[in-house]
Ligand binder design. Structure first.
Ligand code: UDP
Ligand code: MG
Length: 302
């Protein structure tokens, strides 16, 4: 059986439409399936729509979060609810073409265990956002050691892959990177990002930046190495200035140089603050992991 996990947040206009499209497509292709809608604490009528879809199609299941926990949490909830021998994850807004899902399923039947959806084109995006995403993916690709520049959350995983992802205890998970990291027999399927049919994007710039920082910190210790680098640079400066100061002292004119003192205090102060900030960020993350709170809380199921 194929389980399709669909994270949905404030998608009341899309639930029935998506359910209908997937239902008819999967039935036509004679693929035994279940559709799992994860209502990520929506504030609109999403849950009502999921209940309605459940009445209309018996393959529809729903999970409701007690509040908004974010898309990552929704994906993980879906993975652990899924009963199928393969599990697909796709967006609720039909930006991931359902036809590609069939293509992925066929690849799975051919024996692939992780089938990744790769964005051939990224759809409409502003130039600033494209640059920012470019930088982010360059860092992430280095950290995960896999090219991620066209990665998406649109994926189909075999039961074995799903179980190995669910076994990872970390709270701050990044599904896109994890599914590459686990290995297995992987393949890719290209797709064009479609226009969103109804509703609007749920990601504000602020939310995206926070998400990006948290993903980088979760997968890479490079920012900590930047601290070491800054330390080395400041140390070299200190050696040069130290020698200069001593030479001046010995040759008898040591009073001047107040500007240097001010500049040095400013420079060292900011480097120290910056470094503390970076280290603090990692400590915060360790603290979060140590607390071991659940990734999400489910309040209702149908
Ligand atoms: N989503 C979610 N929780 C959130 C934000 C988004 O479950 O906090 C879901 C949303 O309902 C959609 C998918 O994640 O199914 C992708 O979101 P969206 O289409 O807004 O992102 P974009 O396509 O603009 O990147
Ligand atoms: Mg979308």
């Amino acid at each position: 059986m194929l389980s399709v996990v669909i994270p949905s947040y404030n998608e009341e206009q899309m639930i029935l439409r998506t359910a209908g499209v997937l239902e008819s497509l999967l039935s036509d292709e004679h693929i035994l399936h279940e559709l799992i809608f994860i209502d990520d604490g929506s504030k609109d009528g999403t849950w009502r729509q999921i209940c309605e879809a459940h009445e209309k199609y018996e393959s529809v299941r729903g999970v409701h979060f007690s509040r908004n926990f974010g898309k990552e949490a929704a994906i993980f909830a879906g993975l652990s609810e899924a009963k199928g021998s393969c599990v697909a994850v796709m967006d609720c807004d039909l930006q991931h073409p359902p036809q590609t899902l069939i293509e992925m399923y066929r690849k799975w039947e051919d024996g692939y265990e992780v089938v990744e959806g790769i964005k051939r084109t990224r759809g409409k995006e502003s130039a600033a956002r494209r640059t920012a995403t470019g930088i982010f993916y360059r860092i992430m690709s280095k950290a995960v050691k896999i090219d991620m520049s066209h990665a998406s959350d649109f994926k189909l995983l075999d039961r074995k892959a799903v179980d190995s992802i669910l076994e990872m205890p970390e709270r701050n998970a990044f599904f896109r990177a994890m599914s590459s990291w686990i290995g297995f027999r992987q393949t890719q399927v290209e797709f064009d990002v479609q226009e969103r049919e109804a509703g609007e994007s749920k990601w504000s710039t602020r939310k995206l930046i926070a998400y990006a920082i948290s993903d980088i910190v979760g997968y890479s210790t490079a920012p900590m190495q930047i601290v070491t680098g800054a330390g080395i640079v400041v140390f070299l400066l200190a050696v040069v200035l130290g020698i200069q100061t001593l030479v001046r002292y010995c040759s008898g004119h040591a009073v001047e140089g107040f500007t240097t003192v001010i500049l040095l205090i400013l420079l060292i102060g900011s480097v120290v603050m910056f470094s503390l900030g970076v280290i603090g960020y990692y400590i915060a993350r360790i603290y979060e992991e140590v607390k071991g709170r659940p990734k999400y809380i489910i309040s209702k199921r149908i």
